[in-house]
Write a protein that binds this ligand. Structure first.
Ligand code: FES
Length: 612
């Protein structure tokens, strides 16, 4: 019997015989799962996670020896020991991959005047004596006022708890983190004052550790959003949250745990940036503030807010206003009085990450006509024209992340990321120059564009069956991108006619959104002076291919700007500068949201935008 195995978050799936081990299935799928002992069950590097009801063999003695009972209870298994008896979804933790997945954290920076919400006050207090019997806190409070700070009004117990010992161990010297008139932390003199900026994407999370005294980025890191284990896209996660009694808590806990781990990893990495680094340890307890952005669903799930209404028309958010939430209230282990700031959302499908992107790219500051878009499962688009801003969201689907594409995968090692056809010869390039395993978004886009330019595809996306590159496959006509002898799993990597249709739907939705915004403002594509493309996928695509298939309008190439993870950079700006935070709030209030489903012309624009 054939069963389907779905490896996440790599995004690869494969059909295997019942009884195959997970490690064998991973090898057949071309997933680079670590297996240092070659499957003997002795190295523990092939760790994967399964759901409790996965149709697989029970834990063997060798697994019971290697894994703690709580790990087994949490679904962890050794891939080399588990036999598959039915279709299964396998979660591969990053540490079990032989090569990391590509996550986009870098983005185009812009300078900002340093003015964070939390300020450091370095104080030396007069010691307590028989003649001066003030309590430690009152002594600190007086010293703050003497240093020009406002007198603190709130006295968090968690801060007070550490104060007496701290003062006496440091000869009455102390560094105080003050947010307005609220004490966030007290620490030994010279302790770094750190900030954390996070962009929670549906698939990937990007984090940045910032020194709030210098504005310098000490470390940045990307990781896969662990909520993928509960649903690949926003709608699947909303469904999980609704259908399971504890669904919302499970999803919230998954992302909070990931952010706690991220904070620890960033601290470990960031210490090396300081002089005398050998004496310095960075610790999440030194993080006095965090700024978090994400699409509206990720924002709500992070806060534990209900998401049911996001999945039903008319798709409204629980809250759009910016929020300040105590980090401890959502389980983030930062400084005792640390706050998490969330930038505002615009609509149910245009979230704080888009606001952050607009802030980072300065879209709101431009005089002319600027189109900014962030490509994902949903593509958010803002058209800024002569002082006004209009936004919409289009359901571009997960095709560019490799989903619903026969050999599709996310941007991991061995993914075909570039395709060129010269003189009827098809050439490709893979991530990491590894033997091909599948094809990721930028590769799919290139392949469709190149096949169209070479005349293999017509405007409707049909394949020319007489072309030597085309053969008849199981699902109809297809083109072999990489033949079996050259691939890691020994099977052809192909692009089928059905795959081309998926790309047409994705790019058609995006282009229709652009056209509706232009129409609404009475402009034409040629009026766009700057076309800003943000996000991981947008960073790696070849803009010429996107233009060739009509995903973007045919503008001169110099008008396009690929800016990387602008949402993450915007979060960092809001962390470093109170003025930028206020600017984000003001710009979100200015954006006029267009609901495309209400737009009578959308179906017509969409149908027109399908052609290549
Ligand atoms: S490959 Fe070593 S334990 Fe599974």
């Amino acid at each position: 019997m054939h069963i389907k195995v779905d490896f996440q978050p790599v995004g690869r799936h494969v059909q295997v015989e019942s009884g195959t081990t997970i490690l064998e299935a991973a090898q057949a799928a071309g997933v680079g799962l670590s297996a240092v002992c070659g499957g003997a069950g002795s190295c523990g590097t092939c760790l994967v996670r399964l759901s409790a009801d996965a149709p697989v063999s029970p834990p063997k003695a060798i697994e019971r020896e290697a894994l703690r009972p709580e790990d087994l209870a949490a679904g962890l298994r050794l891939a080399c020991q588990v036999e598959l008896y039915g279709s299964t979804r396998v979660e591969v933790p990053p540490e079990s991959l032989s090569a990391p997945q590509r996550t986009q954290v870098e983005g185009e920076e812009r300078p900002v005047e340093l003015a964070p919400q939390v300020r450091a006050y370095d104080l030396r207090l007069p010691p307590a004596t028989q003649a001066d019997l003030r309590a430690d806190y009152e002594r600190l409070s007086d010293a703050l006022v003497a240093a020009g700070a406002p007198r603190p009004t709130r006295r968090p117990l968690c801060v007070l708890a550490g104060l007496p010992n701290l003062l006496r161990e440091n000869d009455w010297g102390v560094r105080v983190g003050l947010r307005g008139d609220e004490i966030v932390n007290v620490a030994a003199p010279g302790t770094p004052l750190l900030g954390l900026a996070v962009d929670i994407g549906t698939t990937k999370v990007a984090g940045y550790l910032v020194d709030l005294l210098s504005g310098e980025t000490l470390a940045m890191r990307g990781l896969m959003n662990p909520q993928i284990a509960y649903g690949e896209d926003v709608m699947a996660r909303i469904a999980y949250a609704i259908q399971h009694e504890d669904g919302l808590q499970v999803l919230q806990q998954a992302i909070v745990d990931a952010l706690n781990g991220l904070a620890r990893d960033l601290c470990a990495e960031g210490a090396t940036h300081f002089e005398n680094a050998s004496h310095l340890t960075l610790d999440p307890s030194q993080i006095v503030e965090a700024v978090v952005v994400g699409n509206t669903a990720m924002h709500h799930l992070f806060l534990g807010l209900p998401v049911k209404q996001l999945g039903l028309a008319p798709y409204v958010a629980a809250v759009s206003a910016p929020l300040d939430v105590p980090a401890s209230a959502i389980g983030l282990g930062l400084a005792p009085g640390a706050t998490v700031h969330l930038l505002p959302n615009i609509a149910g499908f245009v979230g704080a990450d888009h606001v952050s992107m607009l802030l980072a790219t300065g879209t709101h500051l431009k005089d002319g006509v600027v189109l900014s878009l962030d490509i994902g499962t949903n593509t958010e688009i803002t058209l800024a024209a002569h002082g006004r801003m209009f936004a919409c969201s289009t359901a571009s689907g997960p095709a560019f992340e490799g989903a619903h594409i026969r050999d599709g995968m996310r941007a991991a090692q061995g993914a075909i990321e570039r395709v060129r056809i010269t003189d009827s010869r098809l050439e490709y390039q893979t991530i990491g120059d590894e033997p091909p395993v599948g094809i990721c978004g930028s590769g799919i886009l290139d392949a469709v564009a190149q096949l169209r330019l070479a005349g293999v595809l017509n405007r409707r996306g049909a394949m020319d069956r007489d072309n030597p590159l085309v053969r008849q496959g199981e699902d109809g006509p297809e083109v072999v991108l990489a033949p079996a002898p050259r691939t890691r799993h020994g099977r052809d990597v192909v692009l089928s006619r059905k795959d081309v249709s998926e790309i047409q739907l994705a790019k058609g939705a995006m282009r229709a959104g652009i056209e509706i915004l232009l129409e609404h403002t009475g402009l034409t594509a040629d009026d766009i002076e700057e076309f800003i493309i943000a996000g991981a996928f947008g960073t790696y695509i070849d803009v010429r291919s996107a233009v060739a298939i009509g995903m973007f309008p045919p503008l001169p190439l110099e008008r396009f700007r690929q800016v990387g993870n602008a949402a993450g950079i915007g979060a960092k700006l809001a962390l470093l500068s109170s003025a930028q935070r206020a600017a984000a709030e003001a710009l979100a209030a200015r954006v006029e949201y267009l609901e495309l489903t209400n737009y009578a012309d959308f179906q017509h624009s969409f149908a027109k935008a399908l052609s290549l």
